[in-house]
Design a protein around this ligand. Structure first.
Ligand code: GPU
Length: 832
């Protein structure tokens, strides 16, 4: 066997790697001096905090070394602007990336503590909704690992994504107070606070030379205080920062009204100022249109730009000529678009630059990633709201638009009013709107989609005229996930098997995974691989019992669908198939199928009624099936409550089947699909998003593809889709939908589950559930047959792990560096 052994370097950016004895001493010292307790009476929380404090000693060394090196070398850096970062827990992630997880485990063991129990002490840092926020978290891990100078900017939400409970099957939302008792990973930096203006009016004034100037008189000033979270690269690389802004009442401004007897008004204004960073909007892929959300967006963009400019000026003073050479800003979807007019305002109004010079800088600084084509997610802000909150920015947007229409659109399509109407950043109508996507494309030098098919559709369906104007602006960068969190840390058994089989370099050289292909037919390796899956499933079964009380058989097939709840992701298609199986069993007591556990994890946006109905239906149907003796455990259905990053880390290593069943053309990429395949799950999926590229990598023997293609979906919509045809022509489908109207699953309450049927028949079935149902059942039948052949299945599972190295976020980051950011790696010099 050709085994490459690469051990972690002894010294790293964070200094010397400690041994267990050293760590033990530090943990006990922190128990005493940081936590004020001792080994005999410390609570699990205190142990956890003492261990975090010990870890931080290394993290902060790395942070200092990295920041000094970047400063001395005056590096160009990427500034990632995102409203969301779904970080999850940092304890084991930091230990793995620092390279002494095993030593810490040993140290704790010697202190009588199980490291896995300590990990459970940490609240997830859930400052995001789903894929978009988790992608940002994977990207900052890869940036640090690859030694690229980078900083993530976002909001320090006091409450992250809500916690989900079920009461009688209904989703209940509870506040997430992730830092109620403090968060050991963050550092407050009051010395870098900023002041942010909103509201007010714009005055036109003339200087002594008669030049017109615009002066914005803000109505409110808010303080922005940064919290830094160190982001540790894997194995002694850089320690970058995630800088999150918290809103506070401004020190001087509001309390002036005190004298005029406005004490209560001042207090109210302070509360309003502090509201800005209070809570994450829980809507995934729906534009909220709320004033507070616009203020959140502006608040963090303005703070971050001022932070960037302050740092730039430290090196360059008032010389702006190097700005675009030093700074690139990546906009994570359109949520931070207001950064574009904000930079224009700073350059034109504050730095007194000409419009052309300022625009030239902007157009070399911003790049935009599009993450969706769903119309309801394309952000548009009422002009009226913009005028109220950001009056000067609205003027600037009008001017950007005027020049765009005159200098670009009218030159390319002279006199074409329809083109102007379509391309205008301002959408005309009863309620005029600012189109943030248009503004992003106009203001950025590069626009990318997140999987091949998606990037094609961005060009053909969303911005075809923009492509005609600027063909080179558009590109694709397929998403990826960090193999450190999503394999090494979450699946230690498989990680160890890989270490022993293909060597230990795969966490940073994921293409090494391909070496596993040589073992796909080796019965011993197949056994080893499946034994690990079996152990992971047994562990998950224990967790399922603890969290839901449901007994599941670890030897059944584990079929997993974990993602936000959305009609386009079609959890209800999965449910209809479950009902089909259940009905077949009731009709034929000997119905032959591989025993299967269907596991769901999903949060619904609190205001998304049908999504909540789907959750309720799954819970009710689960309850019925799980207690039906006639089923004889051939089907179990489990809805795991409060799906989040730390739960994903337990479910993904235990999955046999990965459900990726969105309507073709609707899922931009998907990233859960990548994590599941990496951990040896076989995908049941449509030809959508990155599924297409996964199929290319693993081969059609190792993935169950079904359903309409993007082109077929378009053709079907065009020909006039009628979901009722499928209802009338497929007796099984008809029986299932009719079943939902009875009280079979909700005794005494007929019709409680009927909303799903209504949406599929009267509602028009916008996501083609009915059209794809038969094909989906066929794919599931194929899975059933594949799973019966144990060696055949082991081969498929192994080939999935072996074939998905492409979907590594390190590769995504290298693509961004090459196609967009043009960064140089900066190896950090260690100084004691
Ligand atoms: N995505 Br827009 C979100 O999770 N939230 C959003 O608001 C928007 C997009 C997702 C896409 O749905 C998913 O397909 C993609 O993999 C992910 O962003 C990261 O690009």
């Amino acid at each position: 066997m050709n085994v490459k052994v690469a051990t972690a370097p002894e010294t790293t950016a964070v200094g010397q790697r400690p041994n267990a004895t050293e760590l033990k001493e530090r943990i006990v010292r922190h128990l005493h001096s940081t936590l004020g307790t001792d080994v005999n009476k410390a609570s699990p929380q205190a142990w956890w905090r003492a261990t975090c404090a010990s870890i931080n000693e290394y993290v902060f060394d790395g942070l200092r070394n990295t920041q000094r090196t970047h400063y001395q070398q005056n590096t160009r850096a990427v500034h990632y602007f995102s409203l969301e970062y779904l970080m999850g827990r940092l304890f084991s992630n930091n230990l793995h990336n620092l390279g002494f997880y095993e030593e810490a485990k040993q140290a704790l063991l010697e202190l009588g503590i199980n490291i896995a129990d300590l990990e459970e002490q940490e609240e997830d840092m859930a400052l995001g909704n789903g894929g978009l926020g988790r992608l940002a978290a994977c990207f900052i891990d890869s940036l640090a690992t690859l030694n690229y100078p980078a900083i993530g900017y976002g909001i320090h939400y006091e409450h992250g994504l809500f916690k989900q409970e079920f009461q009688h099957g209904i989703q209940i939302e509870r506040p997430d107070s992730w830092r109620e008792y403090g968060n050991p990973w963050e550092i407050c930096r009051p010395e870098s606070a900023q002041e942010i203006s909103v509201y007010g009016y714009v005055e036109t004034v003339y200087d002594l030379q008669g030049r017109m100037k615009k002066v914005w008189h803000p109505g409110r000033i808010i303080k922005a205080v940064p919290w830094d979270i160190p982001v540790v690269g894997y194995n002694g690389s850089s320690v970058n920062v995630l800088r999150l802004w918290e809103s506070r009442a401004s020190d001087f401004f509001n309390w002036d009204v005190f004298n005029s007897g406005g004490y209560i008004d001042a207090a109210r204004e302070n509360i309003e100022a502090e509201t800005i960073s209070k809570v994450l909007y829980p809507n995934d892929e729906t534009e909220a249109g709320k004033e507070l959300r616009l203020i959140q967006q502006y608040f963090f963009c303005s703070s971050s730009l001022k932070d960037i400019i302050r740092r730039y000026k430290r090196a360059h003073g008032d010389d702006w000529s190097q700005f675009a050479k030093q700074v690139v800003i990546q906009l994570n979807d359109t949520h931070p678009t207001v950064a574009i007019p904000e930079l224009m305002r700073i350059l034109v109004d504050r730095a007194e630059m000409t419009w052309d010079d300022a625009w030239n800088i902007c157009q070399h600084v911003f790049a935009y990633t599009n993450h969706t084509l769903l119309p309801e997610a394309l952000e548009r802000w009422p002009v009226r709201l913009f005028e109220k909150v950001l009056p000067r920015h609205l003027e600037i947007i009008y001017e950007i638009n005027r020049r765009f229409l005159v200098e670009q659109v009218d030159v390319r399509w002279p006199g074409d009013v329809e083109k102007k109407r379509k391309l205008s950043i301002i959408e005309e109508g009863h309620e005029p709107m600012v189109r943030m996507g248009h503004l992003c494309v106009v203001g950025s030098f590069r626009v990318n989609g997140v999987a091949e098919i998606h990037s094609q559709l961005v060009k053909s369906d969303l911005f075809p005229e923009m492509v005609a104007l600027w063909p080179d602006k558009f590109t694709n960068i397929t998403n990826g996930v960090t193999p450190r969190r999503w394999l090494k840390a979450c699946n230690p058994r498989l990680a160890k098997l890989l270490d022993n089989t293909i060597g230990t370099t795969w966490p940073t050289q994921l293409t090494e995974l391909a070496k596993l292909k040589a073992y796909a037919d080796d019965p011993a390796m197949q056994d080893a691989f499946m034994a690990i899956k079996q152990q992971n499933k047994a562990e998950l079964a224990t967790e399922v019992k603890r969290l839901t009380g449901v007994d599941i058989d670890p030897h059944a097939l584990f079929d997993v669908q974990i993602k936000r709840l959305h009609e386009y992701k079609r959890q209800h298609l999965n449910l209809l198939h479950i009902l089909a199986l259940y009905r077949r069993i009731l009709q034929n007591p000997d119905y032959d199928m591989v025993p299967r556990v269907f596991l769901f994890g999903a949060k619904a946006a609190p205001g998304y009624k049908l999504a909540k109905e789907i959750i309720y239906a799954i819970n009710k149907i689960a309850d019925k099936i799980n207690h039906d003796k006639r089923v004889k455990n051939r089907i179990k259905v489990v809805f795991m409550p409060n799906y989040r990053v730390s739960l994903a880390e337990k479910m993904i290593p235990a999955a046999d089947v990965s459900e990726q069943i969105s309507t073709a053309g609707k899922e931009a990429s998907g990233t859960g699909n990548m994590k599941l395949a990496l951990n040896g799950a076989v995908t049941v999926g449509t030809l959508d998003g990155a599924n297409i590229e996964i199929a290319e990598e693993v081969g059609l023997d190792n993935i169950a593809i079904f359903g309409l293609t993007v082109d077929e979906v378009k053709a079907l919509y065009q020909s006039g889709y009628n979901s009722r045809d499928y209802y009338l022509n497929n007796p099984e489908l008809k029986a299932i939908l009719d079943w939902l109207e009875t009280d079979y699953f909700t005794p005494g309450k007929p019709g409680e589950l009927a909303a799903i049927k209504r949406s599929l028949l009267e509602g028009g079935d916008h996501y083609l559930v009915m059209a794809d149902f038969a094909s989906y059942c066929d794919a599931q039948q194929k899975i059933d047959e594949w799973y019966r052949d144990r060696n055949g299945w082991a081969r498929k599972a192994m080939l999935n792990t072996a074939s998905v190295a492409k979907f590594n976020s390190d590769r995504s980051i290298e693509d961004y560096v090459e196609k967009v950011w043009q960064l140089k790696r900066c190896v950090v010099a260690v100084k004691p």
